[in-house]
Design a protein around this ligand. Structure first.
Ligand code: AP5
Length: 211
């Protein structure tokens, strides 16, 4: 089998990052994530675009989408050097869907379904290890090593106020992306509200059956 080209969709906190890391590892494919790419370039000067803000970080810290021109270029470059991949965080609106259709053909589109209250609980309790990038949760998935626990940080956009705004932006823009892939018959839904290992079993089975 050629390396699969997979898209994972879901609201903020649905577990896209958690499952993408497992998918990348298991199927030996690249994890392309616009969220991480933008976090590494939060201070990038985009003033030449003449938009509302001059850096990606100003959009992100308020829970708003970074302008398409910036994100499309990041994904285009990442995809051009990838054979198989798991794409996480893109497309987030129908304009980005159109761009992606020009860039590549997808084999599988997976959507993780999780209720809104669970999403808020997950995001406000999420912590990240700045040294390894590993994702934890204060309640569901705390680190065993106290040294790791001491160095954990919270993402700046994981405060309750910004989380609520990110969910509003998701409903306004990204719900239509799921509908698009659902209507063309490519969308495979997975219950993302189960424990992480059970979600992984379903995701793995879905990829293996579909590709
Ligand atoms: P991005 O980084 O993509 O954030 P997001 O989509 O909001 O998703 P998250 O990373 O918050 O959640 P996730 O689904 O990966 O969940 P995770 O696995 O961490 O984007 C951030 C910002 O960048 C955007 O707001 C925007 O500004 C900008 N941006 C990015 N892409 C863009 C684009 N295409 N266009 C424009 N702007 C863009 O899990 C969450 C927590 O839950 C963790 O603590 C985890 O341990 C826990 N958890 C995971 N699974 C489970 C489970 N099954 N049970 C219990 N807990 C679980």
């Amino acid at each position: 089998m050629a390396q699969p080209r997979i898209l994972i969709l879901g609201a903020p906190g649905a577990g896209k990052g958690t499952q993408s890391a497992k998918i990348a590892d298991y199927f030996d494919i690249e994890h392309i994530t616009t969220g991480d790419a933008l976090r590494s370039n939060k201070e990038m000067d985009i003033s030449h675009l003449g938009l509302e803000y001059d850096t990606p970080g100003e959009y992100m810290d308020q829970g708003e989408l970074v302008p398409d021109a910036v994100v499309n270029a990041i994904v285009d470059e990442a995809l051009s050097s990838a054979d198989g991949f798991i794409l996480d965080g893109y497309p987030r609106n129908l304009e980005q869907v159109e761009e992606l259709e020009e860039m590549t053909d997808l084999d599988i589109v997976i959507a993780l379904d999780v209720s809104e209250e669970e999403l808020v609980h997950r995001l406000t309790g999420r912590r990240m290890d700045p040294e390894t990038g590993d994702i934890y949760h204060v309640e569901y998935n705390p680190p065993e090593d106290p040294e790791v626990e001491d160095r954990l940080v919270q993402r700046e956009d994981d405060t309750e106020e910004t989380v609520r705004e990110r969910l509003r932006v998701y409903d306004e823009n990204t719900a239509a992306v799921l509908e698009y892939y659902d209507e063309d018959g490519r969308l495979e839904r997975v219950d993302g509200e189960q424990p992480p290992d059970d979600v992984w079993e379903d995701v793995k089975e879905t990829v293996e059956e579909t590709s």
